[in-house]
Ligand binder design. Structure first.
Ligand SMILES: *[C@@H]1O[C@H](CO)[C@@H](O)[C@H](O)[C@H]1NC(C)=O
Length: 215
C-alpha cells in the first residue's frame, strides 16, 4: 500500500478562499510517524523515517519538477531508524536537521544534519543537552542558525525549551532556555509549533498532557 501525497492549491492567488486539493502522486512510501520538510530551492518534499510495518531509516524525496519519488542518497552512515522524531529545514544552507525519536525500543537524543547527500551526527551529550525524547516539536531559526526544541515524551512528559546553535561541525551547542518569570506551557507531547522569522518568536499549540488533549 502506498501513501498519497497531496498539495493544497489556491484559485486567484493566495488570499483567495477558493482552494482545492490536488492528489500529486499516490505511489510514495507508506508511512506514519515520519517527518517532512520542504526544500524550496530544490523544489522537493523530503520525508524521513517513520514506520510502515516497522520503523525505517530511509530518506525519500519527491521531486516536484520531475514528479517522481526517489530514495535520497545517504552516502555515509545514515541516522538510525526512528519515528515520532522532529525535522526542520535550513533554507540558507540547504540542510535537513532531525532530532530524537523512538525505534520501538530506544528513545534518541542525538542530532543529525543532512546536506550534500551526507549525514553528520551530533551526539546528545556530553554536557547540557535535552534528554532523549519523541513526539516533541522543533522549529528552525534561520537568522541564528538554530533549532529550537520543546517538550515531548522522554519517560515523562517534558516542559523544557532548548536551543541548538549550529556554528560549525566542531562547534555547536545546546542551551536550555528558562523563562525569567517561570511561566511556561505545561508539559506536553504531540503538540505543534512554528517559528516567526520576523519577530524571532516560537509559537506552540495544543498537544497531550497526562490528563488528555490540551485545548
Ligand atoms: C509517482 O511517482 C512514481 C515513483 O517515482 C512515478 O513512477 C510515477 O510516474 C509518479 N506518478 C505520477 C502520476 O506522476
Amino acid at each position: 500500500m502506498a501513501s498519497p501525497l497531496q498539495r493544497l492549491c489556491f484559485l486567484n492567488g493566495l488570499t483567495s478562499v477558493l482552494a482545492f486539493w490536488v492528489l500529486v502522486n499516490d505511489t510514495g512510501p507508506e508511512r506514519s510517524g515520519h517527518v517532512a520538510a520542504w526544500d524550496a530551492g530544490g523544489q522537493q518534499f523530503l520525508i524521513h523515517g517513520g514506520s510502515d510495518t516497522e520503523f525505517r531509516p530511509d530518506l525519500w524525496a519527491y521531486d516536484a519538477e520531475t514528479g517522481t519519488w526517489d530514495l535520497a542518497p545517504q552516502l555515509n552512515s545514515a541516522a538510525l531508524k526512528r519515528g515520532e522524531h522532529v525535522a526542520v529545514w535550513d533554507p540558507r544552507e540547504l540542510a535537513l536537521w532531525i532530532h530524537g525519536g523512538f525505534d520501538g525500543v530506544t528513545l534518541f537524543n542525538d542530532v543529525w544534519r543532512y546536506s550534500d547527500n551526507r549525514w553528520i551526527h551530533f551526539a546528545g551529550g556530553p554536557g547540557e543537552a535535552p534528554t532523549a525524547r519523541s513526539s516533541h516539536v522543533a522549529v528552525w531559526d534561520t537568522a541564528q542558525s538554530a533549532m529550537w526544541l520543546h517538550g515531548g515524551l522522554g519517560g515523562d512528559l517534558q516542559d523544557d525549551l532548548w536551543k541548538f546553535s549550529y556554528r560549525s561541525l566542531s562547534s555547536s551547542s545546546w542551551v536550555q532556555i528558562h523563562p525569567i518569570d517561570n511561566r511556561l506551557p505545561s508539559a506536553r507531547a504531540h503538540h505543534a509549533a512554528a517559528w516567526d522569522e520576523i519577530n524571532s518568536a516560537m509559537w506552540v499549540h495544543g498537544g497531550y498532557d497526562s490528563q488528555g488533549p490540551l485545548l
